[in-house]
Design a protein around this ligand. Structure first.
Ligand SMILES: Cc1cc2nc3c(=O)[nH]c(=O)nc-3n(C[C@H](O)[C@H](O)[C@H](O)COP(=O)(O)OP(=O)(O)OC[C@H]3O[C@@H](n4cnc5c(N)ncnc54)[C@H](O)[C@@H]3O)c2cc1C
Length: 390
């Protein structure tokens, strides 16, 4: 994004990338539908950055979702708003957008140095490792946009943390965000249901709710409905060692109507069959109920008590899955280490953007929007810096 703006301003830009091709994470993000941003009003959009809403607010307002949509349309990819308010390119994928983008950068004179891994500085020169050996370059300004540490095989593995810490730049520890969590499933449940979705549920944690789908994993849970709550859950686990997520396994029915259904006589049905026929719960949801420590007692519960368990099922989460399988990264270069233009105070002329910075947000387009907006802010910072230098 910064290369786009800087080259459009006539500056000479070289983009270094350690991988043999560009934008691997962007392409991966596009695999299930590239959710570029969100259409909600700007004030509630900014609140999604929680503790960083105040600091990122002006950055997002300067490059808001509408500007991102126009930028995308400028590359020949119209956007549309999905039923959940999320914004996607019309092709739904990242590849046409990335192709058009790279072509434009080439037209604007940006040079790409692939297979160049940034290793730090030597006497203020930027040092890169290539297959042929080390190379050092002098730049009037540099932007580090090296990503977080999730999905490291796509290129971003957080190796920059050590390099920047040696330069006395403060980094909040990198942690998984938009991630799954370990749950102590029984072997039976894990074998039978891993890889299966728990559909149409509502997950809640401390007055925060999200609806959708949870995927059962062999050793825990992941998926959309918990990603939005994952930062809060991670913070609770960091503070107290575990967290309890409450699931409404039947959000479409009130407690009363569910209890009424459970008043039907069971006749000779097994308890599971009875639950299935009276409440229409899925096999996964019934399996989950059977994971309850009180499973042997459930058949004897009063309808109201059983309905309450179905509407408010406590799921004990042990710890987050590792950062490698998280969608994004929390932590990073703290905002006290950079000025308003995102230039490192300890390294004048060096700017930082994207997931490297210490913010996090739920999925829903907020991750890419902040990455694009911080890239835009840093680019304008670089332009001002170079003008000032001259
Ligand atoms: C599966 C998945 C789905 C996602 N879906 C969405 C979505 O739909 N919507 C959304 O908003 N967000 C989504 N995200 C998150 C989004 O992709 C990231 O937030 C965004 O790509 C971060 O951009 P970035 O430029 O900061 O880092 P990256 O996209 O990670 O780019 C950093 C680049 O720097 C390179 N690099 C790293 N270290 C070095 C080094 N030392 N030397 C040279 N090059 C280096 C990397 O190879 C990489 O190409 C998804 C993420 C994943 C993993």
């Amino acid at each position: 994004m910064a290369a786009d703006i800087l080259s459009a301003h006539g500056l000479e830009v070289i983009l270094y990338e350690r991988k043999p091709s560009l934008g691997r994470k962007l392409l991966m993000a596009g695999r299930g539908g590239l959710n570029l941003t969100h259409s909600e009003d700007i004030d509630s959009f900014i609140q999604k950055y929680r503790k960083r809403a105040e600091i990122l607010g002006p950055v997002i307002r300067a490059f808001p979702p509408q500007a991102l949509r126009e930028w995308c349309e400028g590359l020949g990819e119209k956007t549309f708003v999905g039923s959940s308010g999320r914004v996607f390119p019309e092709s739904f994928k990242a590849s046409p957008l990335l192709r058009a983008w790279i072509k434009r950068l080439e037209r604007q004179g940006v040079r790409f140095m692939l297979g160049h891994e940034w290793r730090g500085w030597r006497n203020n020169l930027l040092v890169f490792q290539t297959a042929e050996g080390k190379t050092e370059i002098n730049a009037d300004a540099a932007l580090l946009a090296l990503g977080g540490a999730s999905w490291p095989r796509l290129g971003s593995d957080g190796m920059w943390v050590d390099i920047l810490q040696k330069e006395k730049i403060k980094i909040a520890p990198l942690q998984p965000a938009n991630c799954g969590f370990f749950v102590d499933w029984s072997e039976i449940f894990s074998k039978r249901f891993s890889g299966k979705p728990l559909k149409t549920i509502t997950a809640s944690f401390k007055n925060n709710k999200d609806s959708g789908e949870i995927m059962i994993a062999r050793e825990g849970i992941e998926g959309g409905a918990i990603y939005a709550l994952s930062s809060l859950l991670r913070e609770e686990i960091n503070a107290s060692g575990s967290a309890v997520l409450y699931l409404d396994l039947k959000p479409g029915l009130s407690l009363e109507s569910l209890a009424d259904r459970l008043k039907k006589p069971r006749a000779r049905k097994s308890f599971s069959n009875y639950l299935r026929s009276s409440t229409d719960l899925s096999d996964v949801a019934i399996g989950l109920l059977m994971e309850s420590p009180e499973r042997t007692m459930l058949a004897h519960y009063a309808p109201e008590k059983l309905a309450a368990l179905i509407k408010n099922y406590p799921l004990h989460l042990r710890s987050p899955f590792s950062i490698e399988r998280a969608i994004s990264t929390a932590g990073g270069v703290i905002f006290d280490s950079v000025n308003e233009s995102l230039m490192l105070l300890e390294k004048p002329g060096v700017f930082v953007a994207g997931e490297m910075l210490d913010w996090d947000a739920p999925t829903g387009g907020y991750l890419l929007q902040a990455s694009f907006a911080t890239g835009t802010r840093a680019a304008h910072g670089i332009i001002d810096w170079l003008r000032g230098e001259k």
